[in-house]
Design a protein around this ligand. Structure first.
Ligand code: ZN
Length: 202
């Protein structure tokens, strides 16, 4: 029983980990709300400290910014505006003007600024706090909308996921937000279903 509990804790921790893989910054941010296609969504930005950790892990800033509950609330509202705009791009439908206004207002804030080390081997991203991080997320979505990749936005083929991604493959046949997570999961399920069907057929 304790063993089962331990495994369950392990799974929860893994699920709470932020996903970056090969995602664009704006859609990696959208993915901080997981299991969008289910009744039980999983919030990776549960506390202000989570937003602070995302800021560093995403590479937007080198020094973890201080986050308040108000910052977290603002970040989640921007995240949902990014998510809905990604869905609109994927569906080739007009986005919600209120979402665009929110994205533009976040992008109007100054971003972090890069500083190269004296030996030119490392970069530190400094300044701006949470507003700078959200500005970088918003600007990334704006840059996407201003690029040819705007027609390559898709929604993950894992029905439970629902995270947008940009299909930059030559064939344009990518189906998952991440091959490591959703792609592997769906393939594993299909494999199990085939085994089960074979067993049932015997
Ligand atoms: Zn996915």
């Amino acid at each position: 029983m304790s063993d089962e509990g331990g495994r369950s804790d392990g799974r929860q921790r893994a699920k709470a980990d932020f996903r970056f893989d090969d995602a664009r910054l704006c859609f990696a941010f959208a993915g901080t709300l997981a299991d969008r296609g289910t009744d039980v969504r999983f919030e990776r930005l549960a506390r202000p400290e989570d937003l602070s950790r995302w800021a560093v892990q995403s590479g937007c800033t080198t020094v973890a910014p201080t986050c308040t509950e108000t910052d977290l609330d603002h970040a989640r509202r921007l995240r949902e505006a990014v998510q809905r705009t990604g869905q609109a791009l994927a569906a080739e439908t007009p986005p919600d003007p209120e979402d665009i206004a929110l994205i533009n207002s976040a992008a109007a804030e100054p971003t972090s600024v890069p500083a190269l080390s004296a030996d030119a081997t490392t970069v530190r991203w400094n300044g701006g706090g949470v507003a700078a991080v959200l500005s970088m997320v918003a600007r990334d979505l704006i840059a996407l909308c201003d690029s040819e990749h705007r027609t390559r936005v898709r929604i993950c083929g894992n029905p439970a996921c629902g995270t947008p991604f940009v299909d930059t493959s030559r064939a344009g046949a990518r189906r998952w937000c991440s091959m490591k997570t959703c792609g592997a999961l769906v393939k594993k399920r299909a494999y199990r279903a085939r085994i089960q069907a074979a067993d049932d057929g015997e």
